[in-house]
Design a binder for this molecule. Sequence first.
Ligand code: PMV
Length: 345
Amino acid sequence: MEVSEHIKIIKATASAPSNIAIVKYWGKKGVQEPVNPSISFTLSKSVTNTTISYQPSEDKLDIRFLFEGKSKDSFVPKLQQLTSRISAFLPFLEKGQLIIESSNTFPHSSGIASSASSMAAISKALFDVQIQLSPECLRDNKDQLISEMARLGSGSACRSTQKGWVLWGQSAEIASASDKFGIGINQQVHGNFMSLQDTILVIRKGAKSVSSTVGHQLMDNHPYREGRIHQANKNIKKLLQALNSGDFAMFAEVCEEEALSLHGLMMSSSPAYTLLAPESLRAIKRIKKFRDHHHLPLTFTIDAGPNIHLIYPKAQSKIIVPFIEEHLKPLCENEEVIYDEISIK
Ligand code: PMV
């Protein structure tokens, strides 16, 4: 087919940060809805940048994906699932040719969730394409819609479409909270939690032995399912209180209970598994000993992997960074440590 010179190619670019959950989303219902509410904050340096080129045509939607300049066909099925789920919102996605190019500002498989930032950036850019083509298709609340679309790509991505502290999932604590999209809660957060550092100890690089998709599924018939849902709701309430009042000790209690419970759930799934490495536990022991000795506001969280995220206020960096460099860095694969922090604006 000869391509007419007049066929317009529509371009859009967008960026989105990764996020780290303090109360964890673990277990799904329906189409990518959470069984419990979660709260996270977005990161500053860990960002996905995306460029989309869309060429309208009468053919069924065709998707090409390039990651850091190279074709990555293995991600196309995930994008097909996303576009088929959101074409009700963005009708242009039924037909035409879509080229999606993404790159991350952070190393992959390093304990920073890349699916959250990628799906959030892609959803923003797709929204922009629809605006350029036919804005009348779009309903009023742009932020909600973009978050909802990102969720349909990867659950936790709905907490990456806006900056700072985000709550996702129905909760008795906040009437406007929803299972369908994340809501920003920065207004309710004390200044003490607006400069948090997230230093990631890359204990092990590389793909996980059990994916989060499988981990979520194992919650369906988990013996502690109901207890976990109860615990997460209780921790949302406690975390909101801590965030509101600026109480770091209360914040740290929730943070660590959530991190260790997530891994406890994995160890009590059927089949049972663990993603922690010996160095993960060694790091936790060293962190606790150091913070108890110096009475420091320092805590940690862990996502679905062996890597440890140290969380502390920026003002404490002077004393905490030398400790990380001397006592925690040697526990990391190739001594890799990533210094990131919360992004609010
Ligand atoms: O969004 P998913 O399907 O990658 O699941 C994320 C699960 C955790 O990272 C372990 C917790 C969370 O709330 O981000």
